[in-house]
Design a protein around this ligand. Structure first.
Ligand SMILES: [Fe+2]
Length: 160
């Protein structure tokens, strides 16, 4: 079991341990997506460069907010937030950004795949944490899923 600290939080220890482990998986996935969005922001090419370049920085900002909330929810429950770049890279379940994709709409499609994958696991965690008895984390997962769904819509609107 991973490191845990004592807390006055009234959730049972086993519940907290399972939720912390779920949160640390999300921390890795969100941090990975954040780095891929910045990668795309830097390297994207094509006639709609500036609009997508700026949009991706807004996406990065909302992912950064979520990352902070995820990590701090894990520590609020007495956990250790395992969110260094190396920890995130080792644990992330997202596919790596392909090395040879720069053209704007292809980049958008690559990101849409990753947003869809992360939205799916985030949505599953709304129910999983609710069933574990942690309504507050479940509520956070709802807000993170809401933001991912909106970003996915923005991306897909370029592709339809
Ligand atoms: Fe920038």
């Amino acid at each position: 079991m991973s490191k845990s600290f004592s807390t006055r939080n009234d959730l049972p220890t086993e519940t907290r341990a399972e939720v912390i482990s779920t949160l640390n998986q999300s921390l890795a996935d969100f941090a990975d997506l954040y780095s891929q969005v910045k990668y795309a922001h830097w390297n994207i090419k094509g006639p709609n460069f500036i609009a997508i370049h700026k949009l991706l920085d807004e996406f990065a900002e909302s992912l950064e907010e979520a990352i902070d909330e995820i990590a701090e929810r894990a520590t609020s429950l007495g956990g250790l937030a395992t969110g260094t770049l190396r920890q995130a890279a080792a644990a992330s379940k997202l596919a790596e950004f392909p090395g040879d994709v720069y053209e704007a709409l292809k980049v958008v499609a690559v990101l849409a795949d990753r947003y869809a994958a992360l939205a799916k696991s985030t949505r599953a965690n709304i129910k999983a944490t609710d069933e574990l008895g942690d309504d507050v984390t479940s509520d956070y997962y709802t807000s993170w899923a809401k933001s991912l769904d909106q970003s996915l819509w923005f991306l897909e609107a370029h592709l339809n």
